[in-house]
Design a protein around this ligand. Structure first.
Ligand code: NAD
Ligand code: UDP
Length: 314
């Protein structure tokens, strides 16, 4: 199912830019739509001028049109790191509601398939471990992360409403922590923080006691999962992530080893509502999409450290 014309909202972000690369690489045309609030045109500068690639600066919460045929609409637009959505709470709720609605309308009028980038955050601080797609989650609706979690939960609900009411063909992915080249060094996420701190010879900042867990997926694996879902007949929601589970202490030790940093670790307060554990159950992705990740954390971190070394000139 290649040679589509795909609108990628949030295409100038970390994941979006890798998605634009992958779509073009397999022969699809891409209309990248982004307002650069947390992304940057630098992430897709290498694609400008390439046949089949269009770049438009547009806030998707405002009404807009895309001229010409559209075969798929992929919604990756949203502040995504906790630091970003703490700073942009209203924008995050707007893009997850009004923005998603505008893109669903774009898909509906074009009879295009709609891909929604949801998140493991819909599970909140999960009481079920590992997280399966049928778990409804444990989200604080007014907590520190609520602008993000509830925006994504609303986006999922709206996406399914368009599917049921208007028969829009939908694909909902629940993305677990993803890392790799083109992450913003200052986005405040744990992988970017640890690597930039280590490369600068500073101590790594662990929030809380470091016993909380996350599962980290390398970006190339994640994007391969997106395309497998896009091309399938599955509505989802479907978890795409790497089930390898690490404490933040283990992650800090691995980054320390791979960078040779000798500044050690410092402990800082844990932000409220920080999930204690997170690990995807990916049996649906394996069974329905034939997808599984292939890049181990050690290998992916090595590649990411190289990217940051160059980006930060360290
Ligand atoms: P990112 O911040 O790098 O990319 C998001 C992009 O959306 C940015 O380029 C930003 O400028 C754009 N954007 C935000 N609001 C917009 C608006 N109103 N109009 C147009 N563009 C807008 O983040 P990312 O890590 O690449 O995340 C991409 C998507 O994947 C997000 O929807 C995020 O919630 C989801 N996700 C990411 C992860 C992860 O680990 N990276 C995990 C779960 C879910
Ligand atoms: N974290 C940390 N040190 C940092 C940044 C984050 O210990 O410098 C912790 C954070 O409290 C959380 C985990 O690492 O428990 C993952 O944080 P991130 O912001 O990357 O993603 P999310 O919490 O959204 O999974």
């Amino acid at each position: 199912m290649h040679n589509m014309r795909v609108v990628v909202a949030g295409g100038a972000g970390f994941l979006g830019s890798h998605l634009c690369d992958a779509l073009l690489e397999r022969g699809d045309a891409v209309v990248c739509v982004d307002n650069y609030v947390t992304g940057s045109p630098d992430n897709v500068a290498h694609l400008v001028g390439r046949p089949g690639f269009e770049l438009t600066k547009q806030d998707i919460t405002e009404s807009f049109v895309v001229e010409g045929d559209v075969d798929a609409v992929m919604n990756l637009a949203s502040p995504a790191s906790p630091k970003d959505y703490y700073e942009l709470p209203i924008e995050t709720l707007d893009v997850g509601s009004i923005g998603t609605r505008n893109l669903l309308e774009l898909a509906r009028v074009n009879d295009a398939r709609f891909f929604m980038a949801s998140t493991s955050e819909v599970y909140g601080d999960p009481a079920v471990h590992p997280q399966t797609e049928d778990y409804w989650g444990n989200v604080n609706p007014i907590g520190k992360r609520s602008m993000y979690d509830e925006a994504k939960r609303f986006s999922e609900a709206l996406t399914f409403a368009y599917h049921r009411k208007h028969d829009v063909a939908i694909r909902v992915v629940r993305i677990f922590n993803t890392y790799g080249p083109r992450m913003q060094p200052d986005d405040g996420r744990v992988v970017s923080n640890f690597i930039t701190q280590a490369l600068r010879g500073e101590p790594l900042t662990i929030y809380g006691d470091g016993q909380q867990t996350r599962s980290f997926c390398y970006v190339a694996d994640e994007i391969r999962g997106f395309l497998a879902l896009l091309d399938s007949d599955e509505t989802g929601p479907i978890n795409i992530g790497n089930p390898g589970e690490f404490t933040m202490l283990e992650l800090a030790e691995l980054v320390t080893e791979l960078t040779g940093n000798d500044a050690g670790i410092v402990f800082e307060p844990l932000p409220s509502d920080d999930p204690k554990q997170r690990k995807p159950d990916i049996s649906q992705a394996a069974e329905k999409l034939g997808w599984e990740p292939s890049i181990e954390l050690r290998e992916g971190l090595t590649r990411t450290i190289e990217f940051f070394r160059t980006a930060l000139a360290l």
